[in-house]
Design a protein around this ligand. Structure first.
Ligand SMILES: Nc1ncnc2c1ncn2[C@@H]1O[C@H](COP(=O)(O)OP(=O)(O)OP(=O)(O)O)[C@@H](O)[C@H]1O
Length: 696
């Protein structure tokens, strides 16, 4: 018995693990099983001990079966004899009230008499005590038995009620344990939840800390920005104060200026009226001056015509940037240069223009060494019909010759040629640049002829204009406007009489372009330039080594009067006039031939002009003497003079433009040119005549 677990003994351990609910349930099932077994055994186990509730000190876990608790307590009375002596039980249990020993064991079997509790049986002598005694004894025993039974019942009831109480307490205990279980599980969950919550809070806290760090950093930078901004605000405030002060000062200034402006405006409107008045007067005076100038020119023209001499203009070109380049030419010796062949090209010659009124005089000063070795300064003064200073524009030059251009519309033969050494500005003067400001005499003259022809249209004149452009290179004529191969065709010069009486010059196989607009001439000049023979010389990298002659033929017919007129405008760009030594061509056969040819034609021109002068003089003298003093003019000595025969003769208007270089290095050449031009200027070649032919 002692080895079997007693289910009705409740042992509460000091610590009960309720974590494993399943174990508890298993225990409960086991408990229930054991409880059933116990109850069966209980009946056998006499006397039964009811342990005190809650006082158990056993380490055994509490095992309480609800089934067992809920089961009605049944007491099984068996007749199984006790396994241990009664005396032992009796000595353990306290005696019951009524003289009976209280036992915890109910049994249907009569309790075994014990030596201590059984009343002493009187020993009757065996003879007298037989039946009667036995029956009495039996009655007595029965009485005792009933008494015991009654006691037993009472005890059973008491036991049942005790069990009932115990069961109630066990139930309460189990409920409490369940409750405890639930509470523990709940708490467990709560703990888990709380742990999770704590972890979450921890994470949140870390996040918050991180955020806080960032916020702190942001705050720090924001504070720095705020500090900077505060500084800026302070600076701005200071600046604002300064600006306010400036604004106030400016306002005051503005007010003062406004006052001044008002005063000035009123004065200005007054001045504007005066100015307009003055302007009108100036315009009037200018108009009068222009008219007076026109009259002066016409009178001058008339005087020139009456005088009959060739007119000469002199133009000095400005100093150009490329003039300031030091050129070293070994072996070259020319006037104005040092003996070793090098020269300072940039040195400007001492040229002055003393006649500020009529612009007719030019003075060149030069230094030369005397026989005694002393330096002598010489002044060379020249007078021409007009002297143009370096700053004079193309337009101003043309103003002086526009009347000549007009003359060809009136039926005059006009010849304008540019003379001068290489690089002195001949091509610039005659052809010029492509802009309005730089365009030369050829395009301007063509424009002027077109303009004059248009003006005369009202008077019944209709004009036909034609242009040709040729060059004379090495005494050969080349067509500058031709389409064929350059320098191949042979061109001859023919002089003939147009309409029976008007002398005219024609070049065979030359291209003659009809001109209907003045702009066409630009195209012709470009074409001519591309074909023109340009040979590089030491004097000018774009030196023209030929004479170019642009001829504009003007044929007019007046339907109203039936009159015809033939005019011819020759614009000649002569080749460089420098001497052989200065051209650097001495060692070059081709260049030598070129230079000789140029010089020959230029001296032929001089001879023709001189002969014309003499002829004119002889004419006058012979007229005075009554005889014919006409002198032979050597036109045929060069292609140039032969070509210009009709434009150089006494019947035409001739203008020579002498171009001069401003450089000291070219002073010798300049003086030679000036002397030649003076000779030309002093030549009288008679009075120009219109080439008109009436309808009859
Ligand atoms: N009045 C001027 N104003 C500005 N530049 C000028 C003037 N005269 C000449 N020139 C410049 O001087 C340089 C030489 O002039 P240009 O070629 O006309 O000389 P040239 O006498 O015709 O020489 P070449 O005999 O070699 O043809 C050119 O670059 C030209 O543009």
């Amino acid at each position: 018995m002692s080895r079997l677990p007693r289910t009705n003994e409740i042992e509460l351990p000091p610590t009960v693990s309720l974590r494993r609910t399943t174990a508890t349930r298993m225990n409960k099932r086991k408990l229930a099983q054991e409880d059933d077994d116990d109850l069966e055994l209980e009946a056998l186990d006499q006397p039964r001990k009811l342990p005190a509730i809650g006082t158990c000190t056993s380490a055994r876990p509490l095992v309480v079966s609800r089934t067992a608790l809920n089961r009605p307590t049944t007491t099984t009375l068996t007749s199984k004899p006790p396994s241990r002596p009664q005396s032992r039980t009796a000595s353990r249990d306290p005696p019951l009230a009524g003289g009976y020993t209280r036992t915890t064991r109910a049994t249907s079997a009569p309790p075994k008499p014990s030596s201590s509790t059984r009343p002493p049986i009187a020993r009757v002598p065996s003879g007298s005590l037989t039946n009667g005694m036995i029956s009495r004894e039996m009655d007595a025993e029965r009485a005792k038995l009933s008494q015991l039974t009654a006691n037993h019942l009472a005890l059973s009831r008491e036991l049942a009620s005790a069990k009932e109480i115990e069961l109630d307490k066990r139930r309460a205990l189990v409920d409490a344990a369940d409750e405890l279980d639930r509470m523990r599980i709940k708490h467990q969950r709560e703990i888990v939840d709380l742990e999770l919550e704590v972890a979450r809070r921890g994470r949140e806290a870390r996040d918050r800390v991180e955020e806080l760090k960032h916020v702190q950093e942001d705050l720090t930078s924001a504070r720095e920005i705020v500090a900077k901004l505060k500084l800026e605000v302070t600076q701005h405030a200071n600046r604002q104060v300064t600006l306010h002060a400036q604004i106030d000062a400016l306002q005051a200034e503005k007010t003062a200026l406004q006052r001044h402006l008002d005063e000035v405006s009123s004065a200005s409107s007054k001045s504007a009226l005066e100015y307009a008045d003055a302007r009108r007067k100036i315009e009037q005076l200018e108009k009068e001056a222009r008219e007076a100038e026109m009259v002066r020119r016409k009178l001058h023209n008339m005087v020139q015509e009456l005088k009959g001499n060739i007119r000469v203009f002199c133009r000095v070109r400005p100093v150009l940037p490329h003039d300031f380049v030091t050129l070293v030419v070994p072996g070259l010796r020319r006037s104005g240069s040092s003996t070793d062949g090098s020269e300072e090209r940039g040195a400007v010659a001492d040229i002055s223009f003393p006649d500020e009124m009529d612009h007719r005089e030019i003075i060149i000063s030069s230094t030369s060494s005397s026989a005694t070795g002393q330096e002598r300064k010489e002044l060379h003064s020249f007078t021409f019909d007009r002297v143009f200073e370096p700053e004079v524009t193309q337009r101003e030059v043309f103003e002086e010759i526009s009347l000549l251009a007009q003359s060809c519309v009136d039926g005059y033969n006009v010849c304008i040629f540019a003379y001068g050494q290489t690089g002195s500005g001949k091509s610039f003067t005659m052809e010029g640049g492509s802009t309005e400001a730089t365009m030369g005499m050829i395009p301007r003259a063509v424009n002027e002829v077109f303009r004059a022809a248009e003006t005369l249209r009202d008077k019944g004149w209709k004009y036909k204009l034609e242009g040709q452009f040729l060059e004379i290179y090495n005494e050969t004529i080349n067509d500058l406007l031709g389409k064929g191969e350059f320098d191949k065709k042979k061109h001859d010069i023919k002089h003939e009489k147009l309409h029976g009486s008007i002398p005219s010059t024609r070049v065979t196989d030359i291209t003659v372009h009809p001109l209907s607009t003045p702009h066409q001439v630009t195209t012709l000049l470009q074409l001519a330039n591309s074909r023109r023979t340009v040979a590089a010389t030491l004097m000018n990298s774009r030196s023209s080594r030929s004479h170019s002659v642009f001829t504009l033929r003007v044929s007019g017919y007046n339907e109203q009067t039936g009159t015809r007129c033939e005019g011819c405008l020759n614009l000649v760009d002569l080749a460089g006039s420098e001497r052989l030594s200065a051209s650097g061509a001495a060692g070059d056969k081709e260049r030598l031939k070129e230079t000789q040819s140029i010089n020959k034609s230029l001296s032929a021109l001089g001879d023709v002009i001189a002969a014309l002068g003499e002829s004119s003089r002889g004419e006058k003298e012979s007229r005075g003497a009554g005889g014919a003093g006409e002198k032979h003019v050597p036109y045929r000595n060069s292609k140039l003079t032969y070509l210009l025969q009709n434009s150089l003769s006494g019947n035409s208007k001739t203008l020579m433009i002498l171009n001069l270089s401003p450089l000291a290095a070219h002073l010798g050449e300049s003086l030679t040119s000036l002397r030649f031009a003076t000779k030309v200027n002093n030549t009288t070649i008679g009075t120009a005549k219109k080439q008109l032919r009436g309808s009859g």
